[in-house]
Design a protein around this ligand. Structure first.
Ligand SMILES: [Zn+2]
Length: 109
């Protein structure tokens, strides 16, 4: 019983540590991987920084924990919107509702 509790604790700790990692890691047969990049343009959206229309592109990169290279657990994906005109990238709370909607659509694909 004690051994089982300890194992679960280690599993939780490892999962937490991996969730906070920004870059993929590989520990032999276990680690994190990036999935296939998904992109979508925001044709009618205005860049809040340079005020240009039609240069924004939403990008979503899935991130997951793998066990023997089989995805077993989804981590927070890398999601951002970039402006091709001024090169500014928007993440998290910097995103406008329009950008969040584009990311949401990519997530549901
Ligand atoms: Zn811009």
């Amino acid at each position: 019983m004690e051994t089982r509790l300890l194992n679960e604790d280690i599993q939780t700790q490892v999962k937490k540590a991996l969730e906070n990692m920004e870059e993929p890691v590989d520990i032999l047969f276990f680690g994190t991987r990036r999935g296939k990049m998904r992109e979508a343009p925001l044709p009618g959206a205005v860049c809040p920084y340079c005020k240009q229309t039609g240069h924004l592109k939403a990008t979503l990169i899935p991130h997951f924990i793998h066990l023997f290279w089989i995805p077993v657990y989804r981590l927070r994906p890398l999601a951002y919107v970039e402006c091709a005109h001024c090169k500014k990238a928007y993440e998290g709370s910097e995103m406008t509702p329009e950008m969040e909607q584009a990311i949401g659509m990519l997530k549901s694909q």
